[in-house]
Design a protein around this ligand. Structure first.
Ligand code: NCD
Length: 338
């Protein structure tokens, strides 16, 4: 697996959770909390990123992540352009590096990228003068998903430290699992990985997780049950005998959930396959499932990340929704973005 990460410059780009400190994560989550409040108001818009341009470049399909980044940029006042690989010169054979050079020449201030290959976003970031945010690269990382999951948990349970979180399903192909394992470990949570042997990466033990192949054992007394989708599009051949058998052993149903703590929360990054990895009624259980809340947190987290990155690149503290002047940054539009 490609190990290109955000180690060098954790805040000019957000390429992954790897390399972030507990303080970095706490800073993003604290600012996100403020944006959650702003997003619940009638007037959701600020001009913090007024005059700036954000390009969303998606080489893979996406509903919630792309919409969420678009809303986040627009609510902060940026001009947001959406580009999909199917409707661009990439279809005509342009290389990733040439695409980066072309976009760079247009002076964007932030580039949000999703790509099917692990490491592609980090490669692209080396060619860009602006901040690059990884919106999911292959099976490598999906940092804003892990941050929004952490925000959802923290707002419900008050903290992350000491919690036991079970991540269940197709861990092998999941960038969500990798980013979550890293973030939760950094913040002092205990992570369990529950999956059939065919759907676990070889090196997963080295990430400090406890491995289970049996849901009843793995879910015992956990605080959080995080389900993952079977990533069929990343599978070459069959990793499970059938979806029916997979559901029988690894799908979340009432009987398996009964092993977790009585107040344990159910999470899923979406898109969900009802009846494959999760029982439909449990997915909609208003007392246990926080799946819709995760979507709400996603917009706030992405606003916080865009705000922080724009501020970091000019060495100034984040503005946040409270301090921002209603019509733009107090210091005016003359500053450079990155
Ligand atoms: C995830 C992804 O794309 O990695 N979805 C998302 O971003 N909300 C998980 C998935 O596709 O299963």
């Amino acid at each position: 697996m490609n190990e290109l990460t955000s180690n060098d410059l954790p805040f000019r780009h957000l390429l992954g959770i790897e390399g972030l400190s507990p303080d970095d994560i706490t800073e993003i989550l604290d600012l996100s909390d403020q944006y959650v409040a702003q997003n619940r108001q009638v007037d959701k818009k600020r001009s913090i990123l007024g005059g700036r341009t954000q390009i969303n470049l998606f080489f893979e399909t996406s509903t919630r992540t792309r919409t969420s980044f678009e809303l986040a940029g627009k609510r902060l006042g940026a001009d947001v352009i959406n580009m999909s690989a199917t409707a661009s010169a990439i279809k005509k054979g342009e290389t990733l590096i040439d695409t980066a050079a072309t976009l760079n020449a247009m002076h964007p201030d932030a580039l949000v990228v999703r790509h099917p290959h692990s490491g592609a976003v980090a490669l692209l970031s080396q060619k860009m003068d602006c901040s690059v945010i990884n919106a999911g690269d292959g099976s490598h990382e999906h940092p804003t998903q892990a941050l929004l999951d952490a925000l959802t948990i923290r707002r419900r349970l008050g903290h992350l430290h000491g919690l036991t979180v079970a991540i269940c399903g197709d861990i092998l192909h999941s960038r969500v699992a990798r980013s979550n394992i890293m973030l939760l470990s950094i913040m002092g949570a205990h992570v369990r990985a529950i999956a059939p042997p065919t759907l676990l990466p070889g090196a997963v033990e080295r990430m400090g997780v406890e491995i289970f192949h049996n849901m009843a054992e793995g879910l015992k007394d956990v605080d959080i049950v995080m389900m993952l989708r079977l990533q069929n599009e990343r599978m070459n051949g069959a990793y499970v005998p059938s979806t029916r058998e997979y559901y029988h052993f690894y799908g979340l149903d009432q009987a398996k959930l009964a092993k977790a703590k009585p107040e344990a929360l159910i999470m899923h990054p979406g898109p969900m396959n009802r009846g494959v990895e999760i029982d439909s009624d449990l997915a909609d259980d208003i007392n246990r499932s926080v799946i819709r809340e995760q979507v709400e947190m996603g917009v706030a987290v992405r606003m916080a990340v865009l705000d922080l990155l724009s501020r970091r690149s000019t060495n100034q503290p984040p503005v946040g929704p409270e301090e921002a002047a209603p019509n733009g940054r107090p210091e005016g539009p003359g500053e450079a973005a990155s």
